[in-house]
Design a binder for this molecule. Structure first.
Ligand SMILES: [Zn+2]
Length: 264
């Protein structure tokens, strides 16, 4: 059984300020190690739950965060960026039984994680009128290939956001954001619960975990810089919406991913 894991850092236990997420800063090492440990716990849980092969995407910033020396033999890792529209879930296709997201975070526009954003720090994204998280964008991307998401770890508001879409998806809250602060559980608790809950999530019927793709997508990219919005509104099929938004409508979710790849 093949399992896909996508890992980010802004929902990893303890991460609170940007320097803790940035390669080559002195704040980063501790959280690089914690991200690696949370990913290893996820791999253990998935393997205990029946995964025989795992494809792991390092999906934060440079795509070169996870320390690879202790990855088990049943794991392959994608480092760096393929530059395809599948982006944070590159390589995910019909051959996978289920997907797992580790260290995910609240959407841009949320005040519930000091590191909240969606894809870039330059813009927030709405899909069908709601602020969209990377969880939602990547869960829809997985659904394009018929693959459900079984488990997600990240901030508390993200776990509540996920429950609104499908409360069968197993989640674990690593921390809660308040203003520019976070309240985190013990890193030990995250490791223990990640492993345990993923083993549980591996046994849930795939059909219960599915999130259905909408028939129609109305995408708005709300830029912090209105000049960027004006420029990007010349993307084929897109429209400028005053004063800082690019709007795009489609029935094909791959076109949403293509848009996000080029405009965020
Ligand atoms: Zn990230």
């Amino acid at each position: 059984m093949r399992v896909y894991i996508s890992a980010d850092i802004e929902g990893i236990t303890g991460t609170t300020v940007w320097s803790e997420t940035e390669l080559n800063t002195s704040d980063y090492a501790q959280f690089q190690q914690q991200m690696t440990k949370e990913v290893l716990a996820a791999i253990e849980g998935a393997t205990a739950g029946g995964a025989t092969e795992i494809l792991l995407k390092d999906a934060h910033d440079s795509g070169r965060n996870i320390l690879i020396e202790n990855l088990p033999e049943n794991v392959k890792i994608i480092r760096g960026w393929t530059q395809e529209p599948m982006c944070m879930v590159a390589g995910l296709d019909e051959s996978f039984d289920r997907a797992i997201f580790i260290g995910y975070h609240s959407e841009g526009g949320s005040e519930k994680n000091p590191l909240a954003h969606t894809l870039s720090l330059l813009a927030d994204v709405k899909i069908n009128g709601e602020y969209a998280s990377e969880f939602l964008i990547n869960t829809y991307a997985a659904a394009l290939h018929g693959v459900p998401v079984a488990f997600v770890s990240g901030d508390k508001a993200l776990t509540e956001h996920i429950a609104r879409y499908n409360d069968e998806i197993v989640t674990f809250a690593t921390k809660e954001g308040i203003g520019h602060a976070t309240i985190s559980v013990s890193p030990q608790t995250t490791l223990k619960e990640t492993k345990r809950l993923i083993e549980v999530a591996m046994k849930i019927e795939r059909s219960k975990l599915q999130i259905e793709l909408p028939q129609q997508f109305n995408v708005e990219i709300i830029y912090k810089d209105h000049i960027k919005a004006y420029r990007n509104s010349f993307y084929p099929g897109a429209k400028f919406k005053a004063h800082n938004t690019v709007q795009f409508e489609t029935t094909d979710y791959f076109e949403v991913l293509r848009l996000l790849q080029f405009l965020t």
